[in-house]
Design a protein around this ligand. Structure first.
Ligand SMILES: Cc1cc2nc3c(=O)[nH]c(=O)nc-3n(C[C@H](O)[C@H](O)[C@H](O)COP(=O)(O)O)c2cc1C
Length: 426
């Protein structure tokens, strides 16, 4: 028996419907957008990443700018990770221990300058004190956090979803960058986040969503940070959103655990994977053209690989096939055809009248009767990142779709679980 759905209120309270988007179309004055980059003070020591060094290159591709776009209102710096509305609430911190040539410490990955900013030097203490069984980790511990106001500025309460989905995407980039360097990784969702938020100096303005370990466990025990890190605001101004703050806190309960942690085995050639991380972009339109079965199954295969985490949530994958050579159009769950038909107009409508959903070759939906909302959304985001990267790898376009009419999509797919995320390829 699945346990009762616990923190479903946040999902219920942030559903979109035809009515809700009419009364609140989400218009914002772009000149009031909060700063999308966190800056530690100038006097902190910074270490530029050198792409010739494989370890530096691994860190670089975990969080970096890959494209500059110039608009009338100003320049947009697009990154390895996609983000709802390109608002980039996520920040990455990495503890590095026992790596030759790098001082043992906790660093902020400063995407704007491609450098590591040293925010804390380790002695006998470290992030291990908040994780697992406190055992020393030689290598890296990444923390993904959210400076939530960057997203709540526009998306209000629904930004809670986007913070978690964006965090999942960032985990997916780190998973891929580690894979490209032959490192194994393990994702943790269940640890003492409240204490970490305090000790990292996040106040109520930033919160940790997950950790990912790329390193080896040793027998030594490590204690928590001996002194807290000073508060530095991730934005130039701040407006609190109590719904998001309490929605996050409600997800800090223990998650279900699975007995065995398996590593994904992707069919990616390593250098081509790095190129895909570098070149990944969101498609802004599709041409209704047909894709090959081979390309479709390459994407499908990446979705079916295990996620290396002790946490457990079932994410069901539905595919609305619109144009794949040799496969009848219709709704599929896994490989099972549920209902044949051409649903292009319906797809466009359900995704809040977005042509990308109508014109794509396939729209995937991630559905879950989750126990922990934060974990389920991050797993959906991570799977979304696999779709982006595998689609890029085989030459397809892709776009995440966070805006859909929740109840109508659920009814269309005829599912009990909540719709967490949609993603289109073509
Ligand atoms: C959680 C999430 C939801 C998104 N939702 C939409 C959407 O509903 N419609 C859309 O056109 N793009 C959507 N996107 C794509 C973003 O607009 C895109 O990632 C962002 O503009 C940055 O561009 P890039 O992905 O090319 O780097 C979404 C992305 C994410 C990660």
């Amino acid at each position: 028996m699945r346990p009762k759905i616990i923190n479903n209120e946040a999902h219920e309270a942030t559903k979109l419907s035809l009515f809700s988007v009419q009364i609140d179309p989400n218009y914002v004055d772009s000149t009031t957008q909060p700063d999308p980059f966190k800056h530690y003070p100038k006097f902190y020591r910074r270490f530029p990443l050198d792409l010739e060094n494989p370890f530096h290159s691994f860190l670089h591709f975990c969080s970096t700018i890959t494209y500059q776009k110039i608009y009338r209102e100003g320049a947009y710096a697009l990154r390895v990770n996609p983000s709802a509305g390109a608002l980039y609430p996520t920040e990455i911190y990495v503890q590095i221990r026992g790596v030759k040539g790098i001082l043992d410490g906790i660093y902020h990955l400063e995407v704007e300058t491609n450098s590591l900013t040293l925010i804390y030097e380790l002695i006998d203490d470290g992030l291990e004190g908040y994780l697992l069984d406190n055992r020393l980790i030689k290598g890296c511990i990444f923390l993904v956090s959210c400076v939530y106001f960057r997203s709540s500025w526009k998306y209000k309460n629904r930004s809670l979803r986007y913070c978690f989905l964006d965090s999942g995407h960032h985990l997916g980039v780190i998973e891929a960058s580690a894979y490209a360097q032959d490192y194994t990784s393990q994702i943790l969702f269940d640890f003492d986040q409240l204490a970490l938020n305090d000790d990292l100096g996040f106040e109520n303005k930033e919160f940790v969503t997950a950790a990912i370990i790329v390193g080896n466990l040793k027998e030594k025990q490590i204690r928590r940070l001996r002194s807290p890190i000073p508060f530095v605001c991730g934005t130039d101004y701040f407006e609190p959103n109590r719904f998001v703050e309490s929605g996050y806190k409600q997800t800090l309960l223990t998650t279900n655990h699975q007995p065995e942690i398996l590593q994904p085995q992707f069919n990616f050639e390593k250098t081509k994977l790095i190129e895909s991380i570098q070149n990944r972009r969101s498609a802004r339109r599709f041409q209704k053209s047909e894709i090959t079965q081979e390309a479709f199954f390459a994407v499908w295969e990446s979705l079916n690989q295990p996620i290396a985490t002790p946490s457990y949530e079932v994410i069901e994958i539905y595919a609305v096939i619109q144009s794949v050579a040799g496969i009848e159009a219709g709704i599929y769950r896994g490989k099972d055809g549920l209902k044949a038909g051409n649903f292009r107009d319906k797809m466009g409508y359900l995704c809040v009248n977005q042509a990308i959903a109508r014109d794509s070759a396939v729209v995937f939906f991630f559905v879950s009767e989750f126990q922990n909302y934060r974990v389920a959304l991050q797993l959906a985001g991570l799977l979304g990142q696999r779709v982006y990267l595998s689609a890029t790898y085989v030459g397809l376009g892709c776009s995440g779709i966070g805006a859909f009419f929740d109840d109508e999509t659920q009814a269309f797919l005829d599912v009990k679980g909540s719709i967490l995320y949609a993603i289109a390829i073509g």
